[in-house]
Ligand binder design. Sequence first.
Ligand code: FAD
Length: 298
Amino acid sequence: MRVPEIMKRKMCFSFEVFPPKADKPLEPLLETLERLYLFNPDFISCTYGAGGTNAGRNIEICRAIKQSKKTIPVTHYTCIGNSREKIRAEMQNYLALGIDHILALRGDFPKGWQGTRGDFNYANELVEFISINFPGFTIAAAGNPEKHFEAPSFESDIAHLRMKQDAGAEFIMTQLCYDVEQYKWWVDKIRKAGVTIPVDVGVMPVLQKEPTIRMAVSNGSSIPRDLAELIARYGDRPEDFKKAGKEYTVRLIHEFISAGIDGLHIYTLNKWQDVTDILLAAGIKKPLAEQPNGKTVQ
Ligand code: FAD
């Protein structure tokens, strides 16, 4: 079943992983994937380095997910540095491998870049190109509950989101957002603007002080007062920070679910043990029981 159809039936549940650097072994991520499959995710998405850096590893990971037959692989893909012809070849390759779900992005500019240095300037153009030339793909687009940091206003950012829907995107995957009230406000606003496709909410676990701050700041996401207090209180004590951060993440998941979301997407940071702790504490997903010999039973 395709992801938008799953989202019509129930709250979709998914993970995001990122490929290791080219000189690092693949095995730890393959082990992580095995651990994540235990939660029966509806899909697992894999990031794509803007500019094609590490594109080979992205394909390897998506192919491994596909071959596992455990869930749907969703590849991320960016316009940055990619010509029409290169995109065409890579789309054919994905489809040939059975990878038919894609998050179509513009991408963040690598340091020193002004534009995409490719044939498309914005994600809506990539969505349209894939939709017209490769109708076999189910396409997702990125959404920003707190506004994309480059956009001058919510109105313009939401108008651009609408363009991605009109070009063929069938669901939205959101940027990290720790402010559930802001998320609800944004959903109301996009619905009024005619964006009708389901929204998959991205949750970034709070595990370490510096990355939590860095990722929020670099994505233009706010740090709400309760998270700021957690950072102030436990910032110098990594173990206590992680414990409190996991509890914070569990509360965040519950708040999002209470808000009535179409999908929950956990940015795993490739940390299966922390994600497992969070999901078990949240009580929303039980993994298949794992025996000491590593085999699983239902
Ligand atoms: P766009 O939709 O093109 O928007 C970019 C900016 O331009 C916005 O301010 C928008 O309002 C404006 N805009 C859009 N269309 C137009 C138009 N036609 N005319 C004028 N202005 C326009 N990045 C990676 O490099 N690799 C990844 O794997 C990756 N995964 C991600 C996963 C998720 C769930 C999310 C939310 C983001 C991810 N990103 C990734 C980051 C993403 O690439 C950045 O947020 C990037 O800055 C914008 O991408 P976009 O697809 O939203 O761009």
